[in-house]
Ligand binder design. Sequence first.
Ligand SMILES: [Zn+2]
Length: 208
Amino acid sequence: MPVPSTSSAQPLVCHDCDALLAMPELDEGEKAVCPRCVGVLFTRGRNALHRTAACAMASAVLFVVANSFPFLTLRAGFRESQMLLWQSATGLAAEGYPYLAAAVSVLIVGAPALLIGGLLYVVMPLLWERRLPGAIPLCRWVLHARRWNMMEVFLLGVLVSLLKLGSLATLMLGTSFWAFLALIICLTAALASIHPRELWEHIDQAHR
Ligand SMILES: [Zn+2]
């Protein structure tokens, strides 16, 4: 059975007008534009791999901080209670919502942890043009799993709850809240800094 080539000469299909084009050689900072509909086909960012690695490392640090410090503190009269990020899931389980608690655990803690871990495992060795065992299926999984990362949806829910609770108690946002906010930005930047096509090119050219 003939094995398809993975060289840069492989064709490229325009997402807007379906034109079949030959992929040009691009330098850093250049972009390929469809000659038919003038849509941007592919952008090769400057230092894309290094920026992805830096953002993934920053995300890992922020993830640890977000899960170690109080997320928010509620104060009503003489009573004060602190909530850690993972306690949003255990709190739901204690209130009789086990399935919702499981979904929150997976989407807010599990998915970002696996996404950051997978990204670091794939990208860090590529800086030395190396590829670790299992990097290919893991990269495919990371590119699929990024849509299951729902941290920003969780943050939106928290902000709506804060508006409602604001009249009942004094709310103080903790270190974890700001780390979580920065984590959303860093993880989005890590995934957006490199085009999947460029990531696959690096994996293809790396030594095992
Ligand atoms: Zn086009």
